[in-house]
Design a protein around this ligand. Structure first.
Ligand code: G4F
Length: 279
């Protein structure tokens, strides 16, 4: 965000401190609150369930409660739910009626956040919406997530690194979209008169294997020459497949994803190639 710092004001707050969140709302009196903060790395949630559950559940509760104190200001609230709430999926594809079956403390924390948001909407009449977002990626993605881990390794290897890229379950399938499309869906939810819950995804699924093949292929490399499987990266409870049915978002929000899977992979790889010397 270095480039846009001159256009925005940052205020320090912590999901662990109700007072800090309350004071920010008091000071800013926002029209819209987008609650995206969390311990959001599923892999880490198996190493530290306690902090994942505490931060994600209490943080969401604190923020909702702080917003409720200013109910007269008609603040609109967005909660970043996740396709991880569907976990070991009960049906394919997943929409707003699909039963939740989370497989990690991260997924459980998001199910709780979803219900807290819904309850504040129903009990306290907040304009509170849940986005159930499938994986959304971009060149700004953190290095711990598989897409960026791959795109950055492609750039390093293309630039002469002799390393092997260690990955876990390459058969896992995800509905990967571009974050800039998904942010538009979040914004659209808060422009409506009535709050609601929406599944947001592309409706296409691809495996980690396909992502890696495409990313290495883009720079003329065969991914099989550069990847090794590391058993330590296999999750104790995996989510094998996720596929969105975003019919409701398409119909009510008039939302459509614009960036294809191929263009997403290329955007991430090209960006890492361009900035490889800066990291
Ligand atoms: O990139 P991932 O870590 O993302 P994951 O677990 O799907 O979660 C992301 O998307 C969710 C929305 O669906 C968000 F709620 C969540 O906060 C996060 O943004 O892993 C994707 C898949 C998994 O199946 C994982 O097991 O890739 C597999 N994988 C294989 N090797 C790997 C690796 N994941 C990571 N992070 N690192 C690997 O080396």
């Amino acid at each position: 965000i270095r480039k846009i710092l001159k256009d925005i004001n940052l205020h320090a707050g912590s999901l662990e401190s109700y007072a800090s969140l309350f004071n920010i709302i008091l000071k800013i009196k926002p029209n819209e609150v987008y609650h995206l903060a969390a311990q959001s790395y599923v892999g880490y949630s198996f190493e530290d369930e306690f902090s994942t559950l505490n931060i994600n559940i209490n943080g969401t509760h604190y923020l909702l409660s702080a917003v409720k104190e200013f109910a007269d200001s008609k603040i609109k609230f967005y909660f970043a739910g996740s396709s991880e709430m569907f976990g070991k999926v009960k049906s394919v594809p997943q929409n707003e009626d699909t039963v939740f079956n989370p497989r990690s403390s991260y997924g459980i924390s998001k199910v709780t956040g979803f219900h807290l948001t819904k309850n504040y909407r129903e009990a306290y009449k907040l304009h509170a919406s849940n986005g159930i977002l499938f994986n959304h990626e971009s060149p700004r993605r953190g290095f711990e997530f598989v897409t960026r881990k791959i795109s950055h390794a492609v750039a390093r290897i293309k630039n002469g690194s002799k390393e092997k890229l260690k990955l876990g379950n390459m058969k896992a399938k995800r509905d990967w979209g571009h974050a800039k499309d998904f942010v538009e869906a979040m914004w659209l939810m808060l422009q409506r008169d009535n709050p609601g819950d929406y599944v947001v995804g592309t409706g296409e699924e691809h495996s980690v294997d396909e992502f890696a093949k495409k990313a290495f292929g883009h720079v003329g490399l065969n991914y099989k020459d550069h990847i090794v499987i590391d058993q330590k990266l296999i999750r104790p409870a995996e989510v094998d497949t996720l596929l969105a049915d975003s019919s409701k978002a398409k119909k009510i929000l008039n939302w459509e994803p614009k960036v294809s899977f191929d263009d997403l992979v290329i955007d991430m790889v090209e960006n890492d190639l361009k900035n490889i010397n800066l990291v």
